[in-house]
Design a protein around this ligand. Structure first.
Ligand SMILES: *[C@@H]1O[C@H](CO)[C@@H](O)[C@H](O)[C@H]1NC(C)=O
Ligand SMILES: *[C@@H]1O[C@H](CO)[C@@H](O)[C@H](O)[C@H]1NC(C)=O
Ligand SMILES: *[C@@H]1O[C@H](CO)[C@@H](O)[C@H](O)[C@H]1NC(C)=O
Ligand SMILES: *[C@@H]1O[C@H](CO)[C@@H](O)[C@H](O)[C@H]1NC(C)=O
Ligand SMILES: *[C@@H]1O[C@H](CO)[C@@H](O)[C@H](O)[C@H]1NC(C)=O
Length: 404
């Protein structure tokens, strides 16, 4: 026990020092963004919209005053290269195209300026190296290439740098340990994730505090084995960024405390240095009837302590593959395959779910495989997905406006 602790602190002390340093900055920033959000969730505005093409499984991110919904699957199963872009300043939609249509794209932002659409699978399920980069300041698109091709890589936005982590590589049985770091001047450099088992985890970042997590998800049950099975993963990697005057920002990655309740299909987001992971499912053990249990559990990681805590927090309903978004000081859980229209809204200042929401806010259209992005930390957009029990792709967009 004692030894475990020392190892833990040896890993975390440098990280905590960084976290302390950036916290004052972060506190100032969060106070501002927090002030930009209507605190009473009942008072959030609602409006609708339409994508240019109905589709599901899009890659979504936001940057500047924009939300971008890229690629995805059309009703006939083909992959799209369309990017629908919502500009909050203009309150208008426009469209653009990825350099290649594909599925399983990793999406994220970088340096408050660039939207990244990384990797993906072509229509013969071959992983790709392409990264499409959108510059929200100039409106221009450019491309980068990953060091190794992969589908569904995760993007950790650390502020002045982003990490494009892991993904599906080679054949679909195999998970990648590759990391590509992208700097604010769009230089790309590759590295390897320090984990025992290749893992496809969740990426959650708090760009304001320069801390990110790659954790949970699933992993190969035998490292190095090419054709293998997967198991749910407890591996946690903590990314952090150190900025010193006159020096390039330094990105660090270290092993973190294991994820407390490994499961499939959970999702998360971060606000105020609070990282919340909720929902997901468990498989019944071999001795009992094979069955899947969807969970309402929420696990919290604090970038301040570097610990996971098994919180007593519960979602109002079990949710598998929920959409999770940070909106000001709130972390919003919605949707999921166990269809609910209601939102669960966690207030990171009190550490409790907002009570008495009733059905407001709530989704108007039940959907799975939808995408979500939050513009300016206050306008939550849910777009596309499958409707009518997964039979049809929809173009419908729902916008929840919490902006002051
Ligand atoms: C699917 O639909 C799109 C757009 O309507 C079309 O361009 C594409 O060729 C179709 N794909 C197949 C396999 O039919
Ligand atoms: C967003 O809209 C504003 C106001 O019309 C415009 O000035 C700005 O250039 C737009 N941004 C992009 C990236 O199109
Ligand atoms: C880094 O990228 C090069 C190609 O640019 C590739 O040969 C190498 O395998 C990559 N390394 C890792 C760890 O992904
Ligand atoms: C994490 O998972 C590994 C591999 O399944 C297991 O051996 C280990 O005991 C787990 N650690 C904790 C703390 O649960
Ligand atoms: C589902 O999509 C197909 C093809 O676009 C369309 O013909 C059909 O009417 C849609 N079904 C519903 C219930 O909207």
């Amino acid at each position: 026990m004692h030894q475990r602790f020392s190892v833990f602190f040896a890993i975390f002390l440098p990280l905590l020092a960084i976290a302390q340093r950036v916290r004052c900055l972060a506190a100032a920033e969060t106070a501002q963004t927090g002030d930009g959000v209507v605190k009473d969730a009942h008072a959030w505005g609602f409006s609708g919209g339409m994508l240019s093409v109905p589709r599901s499984s899009m890659a979504a991110t936001s940057v500047g005053h924009l939300a971008l919904f890229a690629g995805g699957r059309l009703h006939n199963g083909s992959y799209s290269d369309v990017v629908d872009i919502y500009n909050r300043t203009a309150n208008a939609w426009s469209t653009a195209h990825l350099s290649i249509g594909r599925s399983s794209i990793g999406a994220g932002s970088l340096a408050g300026r660039y939207a990244l659409f990384a990797g993906g699978l072509d229509d013969s399920f071959k992983p790709m190296t392409r990264v499409d980069v959108f510059d929200s300041e100039t409106g221009e698109w450019s491309t980068l290439e990953l060091g190794t091709p992969r589908g569904s890589p995760r993007i950790v936005d650390l502020g002045p740098a982003a990490a494009i982590v892991g993904g599906l590589s080679g054949d679909l049985q195999y998970l990648s340990k590759a990391i590509d770091y992208v700097s604010a001047d769009l230089q790309i450099a590759n590295a390897t994730l320090d984990v025992d088992y290749p893992q496809l985890g969740l990426a959650i970042a708090d760009a304001a505090s320069g801390v990110g997590l790659f954790a949970a998800g699933y992993e190969n049950d035998r490292p190095g084995d090419r054709f293998n099975d997967f198991q749910q993963s407890n591996q946690t990697t903590v990314f952090s960024i150190a900025t010193q005057p006159g020096a390039e920002p330094a990105v660090g990655a270290s092993r973190g405390q294991p994820f407390p309740y490994p499961r499939w299909g959970a999702a998360g987001a971060a606000a105020n240095g609070v990282f919340a992971v909720g929902g997901g499912h468990l498989f019944g053990d071999a001795s009992s009837q094979a069955q899947t249990t969807v969970v309402d559990r929420v696990d919290i990681f604090s970038s301040r302590t570097g610990h996971w805590s098994s919180s007593p927090l519960k979602l109002s309903t079990p949710r598998d593959y929920p959409l999770v978004q940070a909106v000001g000081d709130f972390i919003v859980f919605l949707g999921g395959t166990d269809q609910s229209k209601d939102f669960d809204i966690l207030d990171t200042r009190s550490g409790a779910f907002v009570a008495g929401l009733g059905h407001r806010p709530a989704l108007y259209t039940l959907r799975t495989d939808a995408a979500a992005a939050t513009v300016d930390n206050c306008l939550l957009i849910v777009a596309g997905g499958l409707v009518y029990q997964g039979r049809n792709a929809t173009a419908s967009v729902e916008m929840f406006d919490a902006c002051k």
